[in-house]
Design a binder for this molecule. Structure first.
Ligand code: P6P
Length: 334
């Protein structure tokens, strides 16, 4: 891999090409998907930045497949991604948190060999209070041949991902992605409208500083989960106490832990007995990135990326972050 010095100005487009050149067999289709996603991210960032002024805060008055009230920006972000991605000829279908069914590629566009699964704006209930939100995406190669993509192409375990990433719309807009050759972060320079390499080859500290969990559900947790959280808090004397940092926006909590070291935990609770976060377009992409950065991800019984999904919007428990802290979860829950 080409090594960049701190002073070199490396755009995401240049970096994508350099990564593609590491694979002589690459056709450029995956690079094209990443380019188009970077464009969509800039467009969404523009909308998120001005949400408070352009009367696009608040609810759209509709519900998504999860029965959650859709925020206006959710729908706008969803449409931006679908329109940016549907004509490039690299995809055979998409799936979104905002759409109950598979989103087919219209017949008048060329069909590609990849599938894109995404959450257009995760944590969107935080928009109105200016808490960072994010876009999460996952790319897998279709497993069926010919014709339209089917659910079989969608329901693949996370270790089949060929790329994954997220965009965090925070104090700055950052895009972090992996194609299996490490995890790399790019910061949007709004003065030139380019994502520039700012965090090459991200490594998550082996021991976490931060514990991200919503302990309002403590009374619903099983005793092993309660014991695990006591361990993370240093209450059983077997581990240094972690600082609790929980924003309620998975991308924001995950990103802080990825850079600073920590664990994001969402155990099953009475409201979400199977866990709350979605396998295909939240847990799998973030787990792929975390493993590529030297971390780990566990779903309460196995490696997150080995879970074989059976439904498009399937939810799961998740413990993702610093390797040693996920190992503790595996020991105490597995
Ligand atoms: P709770 C946002 O709604 C979200 O999907 C994630 O971004 C976030 O981590 C989680 O739900 C917060 O859930 O139950 O703690 O409010």
């Amino acid at each position: 891999m080409v090594r960049h010095t701190a002073t070199s100005v490396v755009t995401i487009e240049r970096f994508i090409i350099e990564q593609e050149n590491l694979h002589p067999e690459a056709t450029g289709q995956l690079s094209g998907i990443l380019y188009d996603l970077a464009l969509a991210a800039k467009m969404i960032a523009n909308k998120v930045r001005s949400a408070g002024l352009a009367d696009i805060l608040g609810s759209a008055g509709t519900e998504n497949v999860q029965g959650e009230t859709q925020q206006k920006l959710d729908i706008i972000a969803n449409e931006i991604i679908v329109k940016a991605m549907d004509h490039g000829g690299r995809l055979c279908a998409m799936a979104s948190e905002e759409s109950e069914e598979i989103i087919p590629i219209p017949d008048h566009f060329k069909q590609g060999k990849y599938v894109l699964l995404f959450d257009p704006l995760d944590g969107s209930s935080n928009i109105d209070v200016n808490v960072p939100v994010g876009t999460i995406f996952s790319v897998v190669q279709r497993v069926t041949s010919g014709g339209h993509c089917t659910m079989e192409d969608m329901l693949q375990p996370g270790h089949r991902q060929v790329a994954a990433g997220y965009v965090i719309y925070g104090s700055s807009t950052m895009l972090v992605y992996t194609t299996g050759q490490g995890a790399h972060g790019f910061t949007l320079d709004p003065s030139i409208g380019e994502f520039l390499l700012s965090h090459p080859d991200i490594r998550i500290p082996e021991h976490g500083r931060y514990l991200s969990v919503n302990d309002a559900y403590e009374q619903h947790w099983t005793e092993p989960v309660r014991a695990l959280m006591r361990r993370y808090r240093g209450l059983d004397g077997k581990r240094e106490a972690m600082n609790v940092r929980y924003v309620g926006s998975m991308v924001a909590d995950f990103h802080r832990n990825l850079l600073g070291g920590g664990i994001f935990a969402y155990p099953p609770n009475a409201k979400n007995p199977g866990g709350k976060l979605r396998v295909l377009y939240e847990c799998n992409p973030l787990s792929f990135i975390c493993e590529q950065a030297g971390g780990a991800a566990f779903d309460g019984s196995e490696r997150m990326l080995d879970l074989v999904p059976t439904a498009l919007h399937q939810r799961t428990a998740i413990y993702v972050g610093s390797k040693c802290d996920v190992e503790i979860a595996r020991e105490m829950l597995g």
